[in-house]
Design a protein around this ligand. Sequence first.
Ligand code: ZN
Length: 685
Amino acid sequence: MIDNPLLNNANTLPRWSDIDATHVVAAIEFLLEKSRYEIKQRLNKGVPFTWENFAQPLEELADELNSAWAPISHLHGVKNSPELRAEYEKAQQQLTAYSTEMGQNNELYQAWQSLADSPEFNELTMAQRKMVNNELRDFTLAGVTLADDKKVIYGELKQRLSELTTNFSNNVLDATQAWFKHLPDATRLVGIPATVLPTLAQAAKARDLEGYALTLDFPCYLPVIQYCDDRELREEVYVAFSTRASKEGPGQSQWDNDDNMVAILSARQQLAQLLGFDSYAHRSLATKMADTPAEVMAFLQQLASSSLPVAQKDLAQLTAFAKANYGVSELQAWDVPYYSEKLREQEFSISPQELRPWFPADKVIAGMFEITARLYDVTISADTSVELYHDDVTFYRISRDGKELASFYLDAYAREHKRGGAWMADCRNRIKRSDGSMQLPTAFLTCNFTPPTEGVPALLTHDEVTTLFHEFGHGLHHMLTQVETMSVAGISGVAWDAVELPSQFMENWCWQPEGLALISGHYETGEALPELKLQRLLAAKNFQSGLQMARQLEFSWFDMQIHLRKDLDSAVKIQQVLAEVRDEVAVIVPPEFNCFQNSFGHIFAGGYAAGYYSYKWAEVLSSDAFARFEEEGIFEGRAAKDFLEQILEQGGSREALDCFIAFRGRPPTVDALLRHSGIAKEEAA
Ligand code: ZN
């Protein structure tokens, strides 16, 4: 076991060249056994449970496990292979079983409780107290404190929910995959960008057909509904898409999610009530920054009252445009995205592709580091002496006054065996050990940009630039933390509806002329982004922002309502709630047959139940935070120092609202978001 490279990693980076799939299960099994044994030893010793003899050793065990698992999980994402996948899945099952077992361990819970009740507790640091309180909260939410008979019910409900939600997603997946429309040639596909046609041809080929196939996968559905000139075809695709996994869907009753939705809501309500909450919405908010459903509803109401008039105007403009230019007298649901794209082209005449030459990846990355350096007084430099897991990757160190703070791997380009999308993950966490040493945080930053080609560097769209900033914002939260208790350092322990604050905040620099000047320059001439293109880019940002806001509010409102109500014992009643919500907030009311809820996986099968509002909640925080920079100067003043000290460095060691107030001097308000998204007018200077 000694020579397993996934073990004995304290204060060091992964030894990539030594790691292979055969180490995975052995290392995880060893560490889980070690953890079980050590925890048992400590519980057997009994009281007093102190930070030194109990909490700190458990933190270090968790760190050891994380340091073994993080590189595996990362390789699984970015350098996948059949061998690694098989070992990864085995190890993951063991990790899940371990965490369930620990979550149900009453003795362990009692030990944490006894530490919380001890006189020592009040002498612990704020971070340590927060960590203990989080532990207690999570044990309670996992049902540890319930009487034995109720524990059984709790377990059954959890099991049932797991089956129901899996069933829900499988139905959506199967219903999505079952439908396709075969077209022998491209005559009906006029209007769809040429770059999309190979995808449609591929879909036909996969079904042993000639020509093209339209499917309900998003990369196919979206370009068809946005660009296809053939109105009947758009209608057909829209109907299929919006009735997936419902009785209304063509030949879809076998995947009907009606009963699943009812059963999921009912099981969640029972679970919440078992734990002493009034509703599942209340249960969901127990771990979030928002305190009560009433607070969330008031928040949504406030956004609605400002946004709906603007959304109405957006719709009126679109309707008039379609009528004047295309003679369409009544806009149908399948017309809205199509004419919106036409209007966008006419208004802003800017395409994502045409800006690429001004955003070469090297320039963008260097500019992003420069912005970060100015804001937080740090230096970011590449270290080529560090071992990497792939040639595409660059390793960087962040330091201040010559003292290292953190490091990260940047893996920017798409390649085979790498999962799509962009994300930040931790590789090493900040932790002060009982031997006095400090492990510095290390992050994985992963994107999927188009790689450079012979003679041409990687050129990014503005969207990709924004994505990079977003993930780097998460990265800075993880890396600039000064907390020494791992479980609440960086993004760990941060309330779920506040965790997007640093990431969305960072995006603002991609929309500021001062920021853009640092991250752009023509890859051949170095020429700055032309003023006209810059103006169009900035103007296009808020296209139809009223309509977009209304849509997000409709989803969030519906999500909150169905998790508050306790009488939803049929799909018809769920549909009624949706109709009521639409009466309140929808500007474009979809046709009767639309059953989007039957495929709304975020809330029925994902982690967003009674939490969909978080998207807007975090945007409010990030906009309001950035507004202080607008007031004091983007790079001047104390704003950046305060953002660093009160938010980034604090991690999860303090309540998100307290962090925000310490930075802003007051609780958040929605004003800045409404202004930034063009819903409220800019104040005259
Ligand atoms: Zn994010």
